[in-house]
Design a protein around this ligand. Structure first.
Ligand code: ADP
Ligand code: MG
Length: 253
């Protein structure tokens, strides 16, 4: 499994590939855990680890800003990386004041910041994702695998209610829904948290790449009709990065 956020066989993408990667900001994790990992025996994802994930995602968006914008230039209006980066820099600036709040509050404030700063279609959708995840994680100081799965489910349900996209419509849902399915499958298989997170990352990556041949049925890209086929969806790509940074931060590199 590679870290690639695009299929290198796509025209014009190969050259940019080397420059595109995500970073993870290492922070202090649960004291009982080895650095960069959560304790698999009993602990879930700590509040500090959630803050680390949000930082890592903001860094990944900044690093992949030009890629996300280039993907949006092909089938949209060339703003996805720019607006998402602006929103995440704003969200990042609010994190220090949230360090002693519960995980639900941290995610909700992040969602409100995204709604207020990102704009376009993806601002309200990512805002909803985080607001609903926050509601699901209300008053929690730690997330078990079940908590994380429920939070993501609640977030994606909110995205679907708001955007009315079904899997296969070539949107962010095509990366997010497979990730939820993988988390649910991991729980059924009694997999540990780290393994579940990696499975969800891989499922999101497959979902992202599977948007390439699809014709867009939602959002700006749908205006292109058949011409939207052959391009990777920008929102599915930024959503894959969410799952990848979660796995990198919480399951170790
Ligand atoms: P805009 O299209 O307003 O410029 P962005 O460029 O920031 O917004 O985001 C585009 C992404 O938003 C698309 O690639 C797609 O993944 C996602 N998107 C657009 N419409 C919807 C929708 N109705 N439901 C889910 N996701 C959507
Ligand atoms: Mg756009």
């Amino acid at each position: 499994m590679t870290d690639a956020v695009t299929n290198s066989s796509q025209p014009g993408v190969r050259k940019r590939q080397n420059a595109l990667r995500t970073t993870v900001i290492q922070r202090t994790f649960h004291p009982a855990s080895p650095p960069g990992q959560v304790d698999q025996r009993q602990r879930g994802v700590s509040r500090d680890a959630v803050l680390s994930w949000l930082q890592a995602y903001a860094a990944a968006v900044a690093l992949n800003r030009d890629l996300l914008t280039a993907l949006d230039a092909a089938i949209g209006d060339a703003d996805h990386g720019i607006t998402l980066d602006r929103g995440w820099q704003a969200a990042l600036s609010r994190l220090p004041a949230l360090a002693d709040k519960d995980i639900g509050t941290i995610l909700k404030v992040t969602g409100m910041t995204l709604v207020a700063t990102v704009g376009g279609a993806s601002g309200p959708l990512y805002g909803t994702l985080f607001l609903q995840m926050g509601a699901s994680a209300a008053s929690k100081l730690e997330l078990t695998l079940t908590d994380w799965t429920r939070a993501l489910e609640a977030g994606v349900s909110g995205v679907v209610r708001r955007g009315k996209a079904a899997p296969g419509d070539k949107t962010m849902v095509d990366a997010l829904q497979p990730a939820i399915d993988a988390l649910a499958g991991a729980a059924t298989a009694n997999a540990g948290l780290a393994e579940a997170l990696r499975w969800s990352q891989q499922a999101a990556q497959q979902g992202m790449l599977a948007t390439i041949p699809l014709q867009a049925r939602k959002g700006r890209a749908s205006y292109l009709g058949e011409r939207s086929a052959g391009h990777q969806d920008p929102g599915a790509t930024s959503s894959y990065l969410l799952l990848k940074t979660a796995a990198d931060t919480w399951a170790g590199g």
